[in-house]
Write a protein that binds this ligand. Structure first.
Ligand code: ATP
Ligand code: MG
Length: 408
């Protein structure tokens, strides 16, 4: 894409009412815009990152047998009354013209369980894993962490359905591995942390990225590698090895739960076993916030000049920066842009009429992994400059070699 065409502009000043690093950098660089506390628009650059993260999540969910669907966000009150959760403070509520009550979805057990009950009746229909990527609404009391804590945010929620706990346990383990792969691919160093299990099992598992901007506290044992959320910690010693534990601040990027029959019982989700006997379906649920992941990447990967995107989630792989407006520069930059594009390399081309300093500042702020500088000076030797956002080193690459170097 040509930068002169791109919607959204960079800003030099930090937004006044944001304190978090992710919000400051993402807003200054033109990835998101704030409408109100916890409510953000995703501009074209930001949406590209969100889609990259979602696609990584999608690939990993499909790989463990997940099927994607899309559930409604607007829920009639009756759906929530069947499980007794209509009055949870987290739900935004609204009314229809006839006075009917609706809630905006903050999670979807109440919707998916009755849906599955309409299609599943036999042990032959199980196991089953369904997921969606959707906007969730939560009436969060504190929304001061930029896109880490939205009142409206994107979530991938997967629900699994099993005939017994043994089958759930096996799937849960595969989901845990899939989650680890998601965070690794996104460049997020996430710890697997035991947290409160809610209604069914002793623990759930959270994926926590240690960072000072985190709102959670994790007790981490470096001796044996067991990590626990502070909410379930009893005493300072590690329950596995007795070793001392370190207290870390962290961001929860994912959470997986064994639900058992908490939702299948009230929603009437049952199946007939081999003997024809009715049994409740055993469930698990697995959440990741792609928008929170995006904010976490920024918290983990930036410097004083701006964002440093890992290649896997970057809005573009290559940023071509053309300096000056000589015929040689414009025609070379244009030809490289076309050639990279044709080799399926995502490229942003800064074709704007601006000073070198301003272009470099924008390029560092936006944080695309590879920068190609096309200037008179190096074109005299038939080359362009190639620099990684992550390092200070610049190398000269023959114009004719660039596409091959970058499409590797
Ligand atoms: P928290 O404790 O941070 O409020 P939670 O435990 O309520 O989160 P879950 O219900 O476990 O969140 O949601 C699954 C995932 O959705 C979380 O791990 C996180 O990645 C994401 N998520 C939850 N709440 C938000 C939010 N307000 N904004 C952005 N992402 C969120
Ligand atoms: Mg959670």
């Amino acid at each position: 894409m040509k930068q002169s065409f791109l919607f959204g502009k960079t800003r030099v000043e930090d937004p006044k009412d944001e304190t978090s690093i992710n919000a400051k950098l993402l807003m200054r660089a033109g990835f998101v815009d704030k409408l109100a506390a916890g409510i953000y628009s995703y501009l074209p650059l930001g949406l590209r990152v969100l889609y990259k993260i979602q696609n990584i999540v999608r690939e990993e969910m499909n790989a463990i047998g997940g099927q994607e669907l899309l559930l409604p966000a607007l829920h009639p009150r009756a759906s929530w009354e069947q499980t007794g959760r209509w009055n949870e403070d987290v739900m935004f509520k609204t009314q229809g013209h006839g006075g009917q009550d609706y809630g905006l979805g903050w999670t979807h057990e109440e919707i998916i369980t009755p849906l599955v009950a309409r299609f599943v009746s036999s042990h032959k229909d199980l196991p089953l894993a369904l997921y969606q990527m959707q906007t969730k609404f939560r009436n969060e009391p504190r929304a001061k962490s930029g896109i880490l804590r939205g009142r409206e945010f994107n979530m991938k929620d997967l629900y699994s359905f099993h005939r017994d706990t043994h089958d759930l346990d096996a799937f849960y383990e595969r989901a845990l591995q899939a989650y680890s792969r998601v965070f690794e691919r996104c460049g997020i160093p996430a710890l697997v942390v035991e947290a409160s299990g809610g209604s069914f099992s002793k623990y759930s598992h959270e994926f926590q990225m240690p960072t000072d901007s985190g709102e959670d506290i994790v007790y981490s044992c470096s001796a044996c590698g067991r990590h626990q959320n502070k909410e379930i910690v009893e005493g300072n010693a590690c329950p596995s090895c007795g070793g001392d534990r370190q207290e870390l601040k962290a961001i929860e990027v994912g959470n997986i739960f064994k639900l058992g029959t908490r939702f299948s019982e009230p929603c009437g989700l049952r199946y007939a076993d081999e003997q024809g006997k009715e049994q409740p379906v055993i469930m698990g649920c697995y959440g990741i916030g792609p928008s929170r992941v995006m904010g976490s990447v920024v918290e983990a990967s930036h410097d004083t000049k701006g964002i440093i995107w890992p290649e896997t989630v970057a809005p573009f792989k290559v940023h071509i920066v053309a300096l000056g407006s000589s015929e040689a520069v414009i025609s070379t930059a244009g030809a490289l842009y076309t050639a990279l594009h044709e080799s399926a390399v995502d490229v942003l081309y800064d074709d704007r009429d601006m000073s070198a300093g301003a272009k470099f500042a924008d390029s560092d702020l936006i944080g695309i992994p590879y920068r190609v500088v096309v200037s008179e000076r190096t074109l005299k030797q038939g080359s362009v400059e190639l620099k990684k956002r992550r390092s200070d080193e610049t190398i000269l690459v023959d114009v004719g070699e660039l596409v091959r170097t970058l499409s590797k």
